[in-house]
Write a protein that binds this ligand. Structure first.
Ligand code: KDO
Length: 325
């Protein structure tokens, strides 16, 4: 038998426990996400998170929803079939309705506000419930960006009234569909990976995503205009299996936590930079890019939430606490 000693790989020389000198003893951290590998959240996780945990874990990301379909990842983690995902508040809201508060249009102001909200004391009970009841630990908040309307129709959009009859692709959960209706459109549920074809074939009249995603997934090739509604300052949570977390040593937990925060910060800075640069890119591609009557959109969207059953699931006083941060 060709032992480790024969190869000159005594564990002690590596400063590790004997067994842990071998890759197969590392923890496997599979992440599944519909994000493309060139999305800044993906790039920063690959460049920062993976190397930072490499001493004890193999980070194995699967992009383009190649391991699990969009929206099924949290359940996969809960069942022990997956270790990580880039979860949305809308996905959490399918299980814990109160999370729809973070899916509401015109609530978060910007990337810094998202960070403050995620770190606030009033989040503790909500996070703990997700850990205890779903077995998912939310490590950090990731910035996706300001969602803008991106349409294949020419019609100028000034107010929500102009959205009447527009088939707007939105992701497939109630919280997303509600936002589409609140914007005045007819929302159509379609997975992220199917958007390009849906736009190309005319199955929908438009989609909404932050500018970096619209560039990255080349939606500009099959659309004519971008309407800068900034209707949702969108976020994701880096979700981690609580079972795996509990098996880590305190040092490893600290390493994972720091790696997650560092990756999120780098992704946030890169995404913000791209958002600032991309307007010109789309104009150069021949798209119209303009700002509508944002106050009209904000007023209609906020009113829709406050008058709906959705807001009844929100913890008492939380909107005020969020606004006060
Ligand atoms: C989308 O499906 O439009 C969306 O932007 C929703 C987000 O929550 C996020 O999951 C994102 O897709 C994917 O990561 C792909 O970028």
């Amino acid at each position: 038998v060709l032992g480790a000693a024969a190869l000159g790989l005594a564990g002690a020389t590596l400063g590790l426990g004997f067994g842990s000198a071998f890759a197969q003893d590392k923890i496997k951290l599979r992440l599944s996400s519909p994000a493309t590998p060139t999305d800044q959240r993906a790039v920063s996780l690959t460049e920062v998170f993976g190397p930072a945990v490499a001493g004890f874990a193999d980070f194995e990301p699967h992009w383009n929803a190649s391991l699990f379909k969009q929206g099924t990842e949290l359940e996969a983690i809960a069942r022990g079939n997956l270790e990580m995902s880039i979860a949305s508040a809308q996905e959490l809201a399918t299980i814990f309705p109160e999370w729809s508060i973070f899916a509401a249009g015109y609530l978060h102001r910007d990337a810094e506000h998202q960070k403050k909200v995620f770190a606030a004391d009033f989040m503790d009970d909500m996070k703990k419930k997700v850990e205890d009841e779903l077995g998912v630990k939310l490590l950090t908040v990731m910035y996706l960006g300001r969602r803008q309307l991106n349409l294949r129709v020419d019609k100028e959009i000034k107010t929500p009234a102009d959205m009447a009859g527009i088939k707007l692709r939105m992701p497939g959960t109630d919280a997303w569909q509600f936002l589409g209706s609140a914007l005045g459109a007819n929302p159509v549920p379609i997975a992220f990976t199917e958007i390009y074809t849906a736009l190309q074939t005319g199955a929908v009249d438009g989609q909404d995503n932050p500018l970096p995603s619209t560039k990255d997934s080349k939606f500009y090739e099959v659309t004519k205009q971008i309407v800068l509604t900034s209707h949702l300052v969108d976020l994701n949570y880096l979700a981690f299996s609580k079972k795996v977390w509990d098996e880590l040593t305190p040092e490893q937990q600290a390493t994972v936590q720091k790696a997650a925060d560092d990756a999120a910060e780098l992704g946030r800075q890169r995404q913000l930079k791209l958002e600032g640069e991309l307007e010109q890119f789309f104009k150069d591609q021949g798209l119209k890019v303009y700002t509508p009557d944002v106050d009209a959109f904000r007023t209609q969207v906020q009113k829709a939430y406050l008058e709906s059953d959705i807001s009844k699931s929100w913890p008492e006083g939380m909107v005020d606490k969020i606004n006060a941060l």
